[in-house]
Design a protein around this ligand. Structure first.
Ligand SMILES: [Zn+2]
Length: 270
């Protein structure tokens, strides 16, 4: 399952949708993101966390409330949970857990824990909010657009940027919440790259990269993609097809993105 590792971080990759889960070892804490998806995969992540943990406190960051990202919640009962206020106050908690249940029913999956909606201990309510853990600092930014409860995290001095379901190399922007918020979140990502020294980018789906040109390329493409949604670029579908090897399964989202973007634009123009 291991997609990437160095002395600070190990990134696990699920068989499903190239979904990642990062385990980051800090001096005084272990930070884990979105443990997912399959029961054996969550077990493998848990076994690794227990192996390296020693006496350190475990923190789990949930990047947003899509059910694939919270499916492992319940497997780490003594963790301190970090997430946005919106995730904590989500009105659709029951729906999210029903999706987990439906998924497990559909594929006959049994888990040795009860999936439960994350109970957030540390709430992020503003951009730039900092949490100091020993010699490391976690800086958070609210990232709505994909969902309304997204979260960006920067861990320093390690220089790790955890972007949740933004800036993927295997998905174009999936806009399930708001086009305009998504555009804003990309501006925030741009500010993050300017303000912090990022040496490692871990997206929620896709590949971890140390390559700064690749990081900029991911951001640039997302921004260009968002811009063209309003003007209808003739060859966009071919560009997407070429760029994303799993485009076939996601192309309906491109059509939905276009509709949503134009609807929000009309609303402003009125
Ligand atoms: Zn996702």
């Amino acid at each position: 399952m291991v997609q990437y590792e160095n002395e600070t971080i190990k990134v696990f990759q699920s068989s499903l949708y190239l979904t990642t889960s990062a385990v980051i070892e800090l001096d005084d804490a272990i930070v884990l993101t979105d443990p997912n998806w399959l029961p054996q995969e969550v077990e493998e992540i848990k076994a690794y966390v227990n192996q390296v943990r020693k006496n350190r406190q475990l923190y789990i960051i949930y990047t947003h409330s899509d059910f694939d990202h919270i499916i492992g919640s319940g497997a780490f009962p003594d963790a301190i949970v970090i997430a946005s206020r919106k995730l904590s106050e989500n009105k659709h908690k029951v729906d999210a857990m029903n999706q987990v249940h439906t998924f497990d029913q559909k594929y006959y999956l049994q888990r040795n824990y009860k999936p439960t909606y994350p109970k957030v201990n540390y709430i992020v309510s503003e951009d730039g909010q900092e949490l100091v853990l020993g010699t490391s600092t976690l800086t958070f930014y609210l990232a709505p657009g994909h969902t309304d409860d997204g979260l960006f995290t920067v861990i320093e001095p390690a220089g790790i940027f955890l972007s949740g379901d933004y800036l993927s190399d295997v998905e174009f922007p999936f806009i399930f919440d708001s086009y305009l918020e998504y555009v804003q979140s990309m501006r925030k990502a741009n500010d993050i790259f300017a303000k912090h020294t990022i040496s490692l980018h871990v997206p929620g789906h896709g590949h971890t990269t140390e390559n700064k040109v690749e990081m900029q390329n991911r951001l640039k493409f997302s921004q260009e993609y968002l811009e063209q949604l309003l003007v209808h670029q003739e060859n966009m579908e071919e560009i997407l097809q070429e760029r994303y090897i799993f485009y076939e399964g996601m192309k309906h989202i491109h059509q939905d993105n276009k509709k949503l973007a134009l609807k929000e634009k009309e609303h402003i123009d009125q």
